[in-house]
Design a protein around this ligand. Sequence first.
Ligand code: HEC
Ligand code: HEC
Length: 295
Amino acid sequence: MSAFWHWWVIGLTAITLVGCYWLIKFAARIPAGHAETETDVTGHSWDGLQELNNPLPRWWLWMFYLTIVFGIIYFALYPGLGNFQGFLGWSQTGQYDREVRKADKEYGPIFAAFAAQDIDSLSKDPKAKEAGNRLYLTYCAVCHGSDARGATGFPNLADEDWLYGGDPDAIKASILDGRQGFMPPFGGALGDDGVKNVVQYVKSLSGMPHDAAAAQQGQTQYMTLCAGCHMPNGVGMAALGAPNLTDNAWLYGRSDGAIAKTIREGRKGVMPAHRAFLGEDKSHLLAAYIYGLSK
Ligand code: HEC
Ligand code: HEC
């Protein structure tokens, strides 16, 4: 916060507190009416009801003063006056860090014990599965779905089909360091007809009904432009995350439209890295959980 806004906030807060004090003093000094007949003090009368001006009850006055004192003490102890941090040194981020440290101290050993076991045996341990499921629902379900079956653009983690490999190390690497699938756009290189032909060839790879003549024309272009990543026989390449095109699992959909869109515009799927955020131990447990799901 710049010096101007720092003093602006302090000034406004001080004026408000002093203003409250002044208001109560001022109101208390107005002469009070005492008899029920003295409506002339306020002069307000409506539908048989008359407004009188009686002194405020003591307890109410004191509450008002206490509120002002509370405000002053609060602003002295906690952040609120511009850049002033308060004498207690409390902050939201400080409190968050303290709570995270406390949780790590409490639960850290549990995750460390899980991390000492290898992923294969951990994936069969009911306690680890339960803890893994809880982590999964908190950190992964937003993208991969609460049943881990994925959605368009977000891979199914509960099947046997993997973009980057399904062995324990590959799964753990996906979680720790993230993945970036990059399929370049080919609309310009292929043109509309070229895209149509290659779509038919891609469909033929997985045995879907297709136009055989168009697929034959598409095959040549596939071999030149696509085989480098998806392999000549279409089984894909885990090192690049290039999907297997010969199976029934489709990341972006199997319709002509979806396949054509992938080829024309390319795709860029990003799995965020979790190393800094979750750490080794929790990622290890999650890898075991995911590995167990696919078995
Ligand atoms: C912001 C969305 C998002 C979140 C959150 C997310 N993922 Fe992913 N994940 C993806 C995407 C997208 C891909 C596919 C990347 C690609 O297309 O190359 C992926 C890929 C993966 C893969 C590789 C799958 C394969 O077939 O090889 C694994 C394993 C995985 N995620 C596990 C997890 C786990 C465990 C978590 C929770 C810690 C998680 N993901 C959180 C979006 C996400
Ligand atoms: C540079 C490597 C590379 C080349 C070249 C390439 N692809 Fe891909 N392709 C990928 C990657 C990586 C993905 C996954 C993208 C993602 O994860 O978001 C992909 C995805 C796809 C998909 C979506 C599969 C699904 O499961 O939904 C299709 C279809 C596809 N490519 C077809 C082709 C065709 C046809 C060509 C040639 C015209 C081609 N690709 C060229 C790397 C490549």
